[in-house]
Design a binder for this molecule. Structure first.
Ligand code: ZN
Ligand code: FE
Length: 257
């Protein structure tokens, strides 16, 4: 399975999954149909599925036009997103599986950013391969999504599920927010050498206009404060001995940043 990263709107990424054997494609969170149609044309591939993580317009904006061009494509989303995702036909719950070509994604229910948010995880098929996580606006590179419809408790549960995946997992999040996220992370976790080094690398990449997605989950575990609510040093910085409260304080600080 090949993943194509398509920039859209101001800072979104759309991910087009291509199965070269059968020349089939699926798309994750099509903010806009135009770049997707262009990529499909270049590949000469047929779109068989739209995989939405949640209902926000910058994730579903291209659904209707893509369905006009590919009426057979199946639109998948979270079960709780009923009526909010244009064209949705498949209503997914935690642990459900979605097949694409010779692959199979596991659905992870990850509420917090919205009450219905899901992520898609393609586990590795061979031992030298990495898993591919499509997590929408739940986990970002260096950060996490805002809590629009969920609580800190829910978001910590959701991020715990993602954090439990193997370190070499590729994290395909839906926005290019890494630099700004790491700027914030450094304000709380200044002494973290891994974070300082990552910030320098990301700053250099962005100055060359390079994408920072996919990110690596192992790197996230060490440098993303929103995956470190149970780290004693982070807890001391935000003056909390409690994981949920630590997360909530970090999220509140980031909202003001
Ligand atoms: Zn969103
Ligand atoms: Fe978004």
């Amino acid at each position: 399975m090949q993943v194509y990263r398509l920039p859209a709107l101001s800072d979104n990424y759309i991910f087009l999954l291509h199965d070269p054997l059968q020349n089939l494609a699926a798309v994750v969170d099509p903010a806009d149909a135009v770049p997707v149609l262009h990529c499909l044309k270049t590949l000469g591939a047929e779109l068989v599925a739209i995989l939405n993580t949640h209902h926000h317009a910058d994730h579903v904006g291209g659904n209707t036009r893509l369905l006009q061009q590919f009426p057979e494509a199946v639109v998948c989303g979270g079960a709780e997103d009923r009526d909010r995702i244009p064209g949705q036909q498949v209503f997914l719950r935690d642990g459900d599986r979605v097949s694409f070509g010779d692959r199979d994604a596991e659905v992870l229910f990850v509420p917090g950013h919205t009450r219905a948010h899901i992520a898609y995880y393609f586990a590795p098929v061979t031992p030298n391969e990495a898993g591919q996580l499509f997590c929408g606006d739940t986990l970002f590179s260096g950060g996490c999504g805002r809590l629009f419809e969920g609580t800190p408790t829910q978001m910590v549960q959701s991020l715990s599920k993602l954090r439990a995946l193997p370190d070499n997992t590729c994290v395909w999040c839906a926005h290019e927010y890494t630099l700004k996220n790491l700027e914030f992370a450094l304000t709380v976790d200044r002494a973290n050498a891994a974070l300082q080094q990552r910030f320098a690398e990301v700053k250099a990449s962005r100055s060359r206009n390079e994408a920072t997605i996919p990110s690596n989950l192992g790197v996230e575990k060490h440098t993303n404060p929103f995956l470190r609510w149970d780290n004693v040093e982070i807890q001391a910085i935000v003056q909390s001995g409690n994981g949920i409260q630590t997360f909530a304080r970090l999220r509140g600080m980031k909202d003001q940043f």
